[in-house]
Design a protein around this ligand. Structure first.
Ligand code: SF4
Length: 373
């Protein structure tokens, strides 16, 4: 990876994405060890580095944004202390200077009144704010490489877009290289320069992002792309999904690891494991029968949305809410701020019929009664 570059690592749970990130960070779970290969950060070989040397690098030259900010932040310490800690350790500055830096990076990640927020504890912030704090912690020492492990999984789509845009902007501003780990092909499409598709602990396909989408070679990549739901899909037809489960990595099957789920599997696939290959070294794949961009055999027909039903005023509603409003006093650390009031909810009216699924989404344009019947 070069400075300013984003590498996407994509794959379903258990494919080895996070484990790759943790291996780079020297933070493998207990019992895990690197038994082969090399990880070089600039001139430094990380494999075999002792823990004290790793501590000097971690958070300073390479940093990680973890996926769940609520469990990754320390609930007993203020966010100011947590962001300042790596600055004090790696920069050797005073506590005051470290706190000043913490306020600076909080500002950088778009948290308003950053100096005031330094005194907050993680539970006092929203999910989006906590994720920004995680990014601030990772950026505090301006690392050369940042590993963002599903940084937006726990966030709703609007905050997700903001956090991803922020990571992009900061990466360019600070000249970092970024590894973006995700199971979401949409996140990859908009952000990564290159993509590694991983399956069962191995790289299945590696290509520049545009090339991967336009000239997919590996059936697993193609199946992942076919699994993305489209708004215009016929809602009466089941969504495309990849049948079966990834193999148990304690008992790796012979041959291609995807064979039990692959529609193109042959006897050769079940006997011999393919290695990464390809005519173009910039686009490699591990498959005996590449699909050459052919789409998965998934029947998707276009259909217009059924007209939305008006809210019915009859007795069949299982739940009916009329003009609901909710406020609560705005406060920080238990003290009320000048008696100001937060209007959490106002004027909400909805009715849920028997057997109905009601969708509530955040976009003002999309919220309407009977969005999903
Ligand atoms: S090697 Fe065979 S089983 Fe494996 S992905 Fe390719 S076609 Fe499917």
């Amino acid at each position: 990876m070069r400075a300013g570059e984003t590498l996407g690592i994509v794959g379903e749970s258990g494919s080895g994405k996070s484990m790759t990130g943790l291996a780079i960070m020297g933070m493998l779970p207990q019992g895990g060890s690197i038994i082969d290969g090399s990880v070089r950060l600039g001139e430094t070989e990380l494999v075999g580095l002792d823990e004290s040397a790793y501590r000097r690098l971690r958070g300073n030259d390479v940093a990680m944004v973890f996926q769940d900010s609520m469990t990754s932040l320390n609930p007993t310490r203020t966010i100011g202390d947590q962001i300042a800690e790596p600055v004090r350790i790696h920069r050797g500055v005073s506590r005051r200077e470290a706190i000043d830096r913490a306020a600076e990076v909080l500002q950088l990640v778009g948290i308003p009144r950053s100096r005031e927020r330094l005194h907050d504890y993680p539970h006092q912030l929203s999910g989006g704010m906590r994720q920004r704090v995680m990014i601030a912690m990772a950026l505090a020492c301006e690392p050369k490489v940042i590993i963002a492990d599903e940084p937006t999984t726990a966030l709703d789509v609007t905050i997700q877009a903001q956090v991803l845009a922020l990571l992009d902007e900061l990466k360019s501003k600070l000249g970092m290289a970024m590894i973006l780990i995700t199971h979401d092909m949409g996140v990859i499409a908009g952000r990564a320069d290159r993509v590694n598709v991983m399956y069962a602990g191995r790289i299945a396909e590696n290509a520049e992002t545009a090339d991967l989408f336009a000239h997919t070679q590996h059936p697993y990549t193609r199946d992942l792309l076919a699994s993305i739901p489209l708004l215009e899909q016929d809602r009466d037809k089941p969504l495309y999904s990849i049948k079966g489960l990834p193999p148990d990595l304690a008992h790796v099957p012979q041959g291609c690891r995807y064979a039990s789920r692959c529609a193109l599997a042959t006897d050769k696939c079940r006997l011999e494991e393919p290695s990464l290959r390809g005519d173009d070294p910039a686009h490699t794949f591990a498959c005996w029968h590449p699909v050459d961009g052919r789409p998965a055999e998934v029947s998707v027909t276009l259909s217009s949305r059924p007209p939305q039903e008006p809210l019915r005023d009859d007795a069949t509603h299982r739940l009916r809410i009329t003009d609901l409003a909710k406020t609560y006093p705005a406060s920080t650390r238990g003290s009320r701020r000048g008696g100001s009031v937060l209007h959490a909810v106002s004027g909400v009216t909805l009715g849920i019929l028997q057997g109905e699924t009601y969708g509530l989404v955040e976009s003002p344009d999309a919220v309407s009664p009977h969005l999903a019947g």
